[in-house]
Design a binder for this molecule. Structure first.
Ligand SMILES: C[S@@+](CC[C@H](N)C(=O)[O-])C[C@H]1O[C@@H](n2cnc3c(N)ncnc32)[C@H](O)[C@@H]1O
Length: 285
């Protein structure tokens, strides 16, 4: 696996050659995470994102949160790939964890739903994101939200302390997805659940198409197949695992053609392989 980080327009792009999703060596994992942290640090400093959407058109993956109570435009860097908060069965009084909370967009929406009897904890390992999220919380007067700096693979959070976990377009970036879901299982209370929007792959993308898709839409380099993703979720003990929503991310031949050859694009189209944004829920009995 080879990782390169490069500047493209307004964005910092991470390119990974080889199977990031299946990386096992701890050193490779920490190298990947360091690159990711640097890339999102730059996104936070610019207050604009292109990690999981597109620098030219944020509609590739990110969906609009506008109009929801708690929507804060300063916290919306268009880095998501779904709206997990709509499907997470959130209720007043719950304690909710937002993994990879970025500038705080999901946390603020959850904050309004759980109210003053509930709480929201946003966890992110990029210091600039934590700083930006805390600033947004102070500006919006959010009393029931806290942002904690930490790695999803080593969550600095107590066992059984949350009713719900939400996460938007983050787990695909985590090298050891099993460790991430094990941690989620650990910090959830009994009868708790997680709802995560994420990017997965269907079939195998030719390497140049995968690299092109990463350049165009982001969040593809570390994505694993849907099957692999859901297997990990079940393996760590989650039950009632349901894909609540999914949509295919369409990348035109014209855009892919900027990076991949016609032959490679044809091979990709013929194979039926696809990039999927899905929102999945799992329960802890
Ligand atoms: C694509 S952005 C999504 C941000 C936010 N959920 C949103 O929708 O705007 C990914 C976020 O996850 C964070 N992240 C990535 N890997 C992480 C890890 N291993 N531990 C903690 N945070 C991580 C990044 O710092 C970044 O803020």
């Amino acid at each position: 696996m080879e990782i390169t980080i490069s500047e493209s327009g307004c964005c910092t792009e991470i390119k990974v050659e080889g199977p990031l999703g299946s990386a096992t060596a701890a050193t490779k994992g920490s190298e990947v995470k360091e690159q990711i942290r640097q890339a999102y640090g730059k996104n936070a400093e610019r207050k604009s994102g292109c990690g999981c959407s597109s620098e030219t058109d944020g509609t590739f993956m990110a969906e609009s949160y506008e109009g929801r109570e708690g929507y804060e435009s300063d916290a919306d860097l268009a880095l998501g790939c779904g709206i997990p908060t709509d499907l997470a069965d959130l209720r007043e009084g719950q304690d909710v964890l937002d993994l990879g909370s970025g500038a705080g967009i999901d946390a603020f929406i959850v904050s309004k739903i759980v109210g003053s009897e509930g709480s929201v904890t946003g966890l992110d390992f990029t210091p600039q994101m934590i700083e930006l999220a805390r600033k947004n919380a102070a500006n919006g007067g959010y009393q029931n939200v806290q942002f904690v700096e930490g790695d999803i693979e080593e969550m600095p959070l107590p066992n059984g302390s949350f009713d719900r976990i939400v996460s938007n377009c983050v787990i695909n970036l985590v090298p050891d997805k099993k460790k991430a879901f094990e941690g989620m299982f650990r910090v959830l209370r009994h009868e708790g659940s997680f709802t995560v929007s994420d990017v997965v792959l269907e079939g195998v993308l030719p390497p140049t198409v995968k690299a092109s898709a990463e350049m165009i839409a982001g969040c593809v380099a570390g994505a694993v197949t849907r099957e692999n993703y859901l297997d990990v979720v079940r393996e760590v003990g989650f039950t009632n695992v349901t894909v609540q929503r999914e949509r295919q991310i369409n990348l035109s031949n014209e855009l892919l053609g900027e990076f991949a050859s016609k032959e490679e694009i044809k091979q990709f189209r013929d194979s039926g392989a696809a990039i999927i944004s899905l929102t999945v829920t799992g329960h802890k009995a």
